[in-house]
Design a protein around this ligand. Structure first.
Ligand code: DX5
Ligand code: ZN
Length: 224
């Protein structure tokens, strides 16, 4: 059976206890940590930036899966690398030249991810797949945690899975972010995702390990 990777989103953590929260999801079996960086311009919310990532990096060697919701992503790739990002996923709507952002991320030894808002057609992402380590499908409007999962977005996941299989991109991570929980994880797995982000479904609960495993099991159950 394939194994679904789980990337808990720190956005739903208790920000007064970030170090402990990081340790707790690590102990709960997280495969990576999802860090949502928002600038109040590309999305109508502001979260955290480099100083927080830099501090957390000292406390853990977990893969830092940084999702940037910012305008002009190229401008911050160097700073993200210095802060300790392991991978950077940016929005194609925000980049003037998508190819140069991908190249800048890889040149700094990080994994390159590309994503798109729910209203953006998946056809704009497909041509980039051969250059990517990760393709992220947003299943909510970016900007806030705790929103409802948009099942229609699984069509985009299927389209990416088909194209990745056609091109033989066996290592590509196909990630889903937004409203992922026990009851929505199976649809993600069935559509062909192999990596799930979950914020409120993990940090909002009493037992992080039980939630992480329940999401993974629900998703794995639908994997071929
Ligand atoms: C939304 C962020 C998500 C968010 C997910 O803009 O990209 O990563 O934290 O939160 P949940 O899992 O609560 O929908
Ligand atoms: Zn995110």
């Amino acid at each position: 059976m394939k194994n679904m990777l789980i990337s808990p989103s720190l956005l739903a953590a208790d920000f007064a206890r970030l170090g402990e929260e990081l340790k707790a999801v690590e102990a709960a079996g997280a495969d990576m940590l999802h860090l949502d960086v928002m600038d109040g311009v590309f999305v109508p919310n502001i979260s955290f930036g480099m100083p927080v990532i830099t501090s957390l990096r000292k406390a853990s060697s977990l893969f830092f899966d940084v999702h940037i919701m910012i305008v002009d992503p190229l401008r911050y790739i160097e700073d993200l690398a210095k802060a300790g990002a392991s991978g950077v996923t940016f929005h194609l709507e925000a980049a003037e030249d998508v190819g140069s952002v991908i190249r800048a991320i890889k040149a700094r030894g990080m994994k390159a991810g590309l994503t798109l808002k729910p209203g953006t057609p998946v056809e704009r992402l497909l041509p980039w797949l051969p250059e990517l380590d990760l393709a992220l499908v947003m299943s909510v409007e970016p900007g806030f945690g705790g929103q409802s999962f948009m099942p229609k977005m699984m069509d985009k996941v299927s389209a990416i899975r088909r194209e990745a299989d056609r091109l033989g991109l066996g290592d590509l991570l196909i990630q889903v972010d937004g409203g992922v929980a026990r009851d929505t994880a199976a649809a993600c797995g069935a559509a062909g995702a192999n990596c799930l982000v979950a914020g409120s479904a993990i940090f909002g609960k009493a037992d992080y390990a039980a939630e992480t495993e329940a999401i993974r099991a629900a998703a794995n159950g639908s994997l071929g």
